[in-house]
Design a protein around this ligand. Structure first.
Ligand code: 1GP
Length: 236
């Protein structure tokens, strides 16, 4: 069980790292060498998906990836069309910072049929978008307003409401390619005041920033752009 292992890691204060792959930016032929680089990295999970991914690419992409990695592959969907039976699990994201019903419940309803026919481990995740210093794809596509970087109280209440709603993970997201990552005091506040594992991502571009997020209380850090731009990011 993927989630049980995340809980165990949290209990043992073992930090987790996910590499986010956007299938729109990588060709099938590149997957093997990408998987080799992932193997050399400290990654414990692979997230796959994005705000916009062309239809019908996920299955082939995940099958190919699976033949080159043993890491758990979790779908990080921007749309129900990105759900593939071939992954190991699904972050069933509810965009709690936004007020767009499509991303709070509509896409989820539209996913039921495909989920009923799959063995994916479904992990309910409270997804909270924070201002990352520029408009990112998730903001554009979801048409929601991120929470201001200094509004710790609202982020706290949103995360706590997510926990009370039964979410199993909280994901603090600055948006892929953000100029500024999640402030450490925000990570600290949420990690100290909630009991479920905390994912932090968006705009993290150095090992130091990863460390700082961990030190502030992130249980799992997500790296997308930094690895996409330089597959040797972790070797340096
Ligand atoms: C996006 O949190 C992830 O959902 C990763 O963001 O691409 O900025 O690393 P980056």
């Amino acid at each position: 069980m993927i989630y049980q292992k995340i809980i165990l890691a949290k209990k043992e204060q073992q930090k987790l790292l996910a590499i986010l792959i956007d299938p729109d930016k990588i060709s099938l032929a590149q997957i093997q060498s990408l998987a080799d680089k992932i193997k050399q990295s400290p990654a414990t999970h692979i997230f796959i998906g994005g705000s916009i991914v062309a239809e019908n690419v996920m299955d082939d992409f995940i099958l190919e990836l699976k033949s080159h990695t043993a890491l758990p592959i979790l779908i990080f969907p921007g749309h129900p069309s990105q759900i593939s039976h071939h992954a190991d699990g699904l972050l069933f994201l509810s965009l709690l910072s936004g007020r767009n019903p499509e991303y709070l419940i509509e896409h989820h309803i539209n996913s039921v049929e495909i989920l009923n026919n799959s063995n994916l481990e479904i992990i309910p995740t409270g997804y909270i978008l924070i201002d990352g210093g520029k408009e990112t794809a998730v903001q554009r596509v979801s048409q929601t307003i991120p929470i201001e970087r200094d509004n710790l109280d609202l982020v706290y209440k949103t995360a706590k409401a997510g926990e009370y709603l039964g979410k199993k993970l909280i994901y603090l997201e600055a948006g892929s390619g953000a100029d500024k990552s999640i402030p450490t005091e925000m990570i600290r506040k949420i990690s100290q005041n909630t009991s479920i594992p905390l994912i932090v991502g968006g705009g993290i571009r150095s090992k130091e920033a990863i460390e700082n997020a961990f030190k502030a209380g992130a249980d799992l850090v997500v790296i997308g752009t930094a690895f996409e731009n330089d597959v040797n990011f972790f070797n340096k």
